[in-house]
Design a protein around this ligand. Sequence first.
Ligand code: HEM
Length: 528
Amino acid sequence: MSHILKIAGRRTAVRHQLRLPGFWRFCGRQGVRGAATTATAAEQVAPEETVRPFQEIPGPKGLPFIGTALDYSPFGRFPIHTQLGNSAIERYKTHGKIYREKLGPGREMVFVCDPKDIGTVFRSDGRLPERPPVNSIATYRKMRKKPPGLGNLMGEDWHRVRSSVNKEMMRPKSVGAYATMQDDVSREMAELIQTVVRKGDSGGQVDNFMNLMHKWGLESLSLVILGKRMGCLTLDQLAEDSDAQRMISAVLEFFLYFGKLEMSLPFYRYFSTPAWKKFETAMDTMNSIAEKMIGEKLTELSKLEEPPQETDFLSSLLSQKDMTLDEAVMMAIELLTGAFESTANTLAFNLYCLAKNPAAQQKLYEEIMNVVPPGQPIDDRVLNKMSYLRAVFKETSRLYPTIFFNARTLTRDVVLSGYHVPAKTQIIMANNVISTLPEYYPDPEAYIPERWLRTESSAANVQAFALLPFGYGARMCVGRRFAEQEIFLGLIRIIQKFHVGWDGEDMKQIYKIFNTPDRDTFIFRERE
Ligand code: HEM
């Protein structure tokens, strides 16, 4: 443990030096307004006299106090689990590309559905971009006296932690080093599907396929973050009391109640509502399993005289100079618990689009066979050669987004669609609306990966900021490269072995913060 503690002590000192002056300089109201004046003058596209005031932004009329919150209740116009994406499409049809909506006390948001406005918002990010806080998680972590986690950190604290994590997670070379490990897990996952298909009594379906996807996502993450296999990848039902199954069940429960709490009035802040109790129990379970796994890893590391040779994310984080031990552990917990569901769902959306579009699937299969013959290991250099695979991923993200909206709290005043929007306003960027508009995507309902290929004449038409599945700028998804690499590997290993079809009703997306497939009736047929 000695070298870990030595490093941790040094980090605490660095943290205190950085924290106070920077934080107050950038978060103080005067500071932000001051910055706003200069930036606004430089960035405004319309002369000042033509800029319309904030209050004139159109939007749905709501009730006093709760605004339009009831629209999103189970009995409202847009029940949140099934209609959140549609709500923005319908509002756009009524109010246009910018609208203002109040969803409860202190929760007024401006929705934008124009790539130019989205560009303006992201370009105004500055050095310390802010997203609206995720209140339920912040409340839980405060109650348990834990650090808030990267997603909820703001100001200089966010910048310091993010800079450390970026070194390991945003550099293609660092992330590429994990590709072979992730590929091993993906190959095993495809072999499990093969075992089921070869039994011949399932008609090519894998019972509870999404559960297999979750196991694949968790196994891969634990290998990358802790350098450890969890033993999830089995066709047998995992024992109910195993860490892996408890973690998977807790994460699914967590996302279900997380979505409910974030999109309803925050009564949980005042008393323990039934939804809050479920959320709290799920968080407790996830954290205790992750803490146990991380604790075991720290004990292993403490027995080493020198830092380990093999790569794993936690060991790399611990060797960063400007992160405290608590923060490194919190970061590992956040990644281990929060990230495998999104990759699992995204892989399922990609498979579904390919199942429904056999010509695109065939084209992808041909690219895979050209670049990676079966049996050959895959590394990051191989992935870089696969342009059709990337195009499939983008086109799926357009039609079946894993996240509907990006969000920012403005750190300076801007002009959006000719309206003045002041600093501190919460902005929701509804890229899912843009995805339905023929002015940005000819034939928007069709699945056409080719529109993303640079060689096609249509490629030039896809406007910047129209599609941003991982957000944008300094605060974009820190797991983007890991997630893409993992999804690409999963897709390659499945499509290489199987023709993927679909049985029955179309898949719909259920909103639980991340979109989730409502069914998983894939049909796998082994290729000749
Ligand atoms: C397909 C899967 C995923 C999608 C679609 C996704 C999408 C996003 C988006 C849209 C954001 C907000 C970005 C912004 O505000 O500009 C975000 C943030 C974040 N994501 Fe992901 N993500 C995925 C997977 C992952 C994975 C695998 C990890 C971790 C290994 C991860 C960790 C994070 C973290 C920690 C943040 C907060 C970053 C910050 O505030 O600095 N995500 N993600």
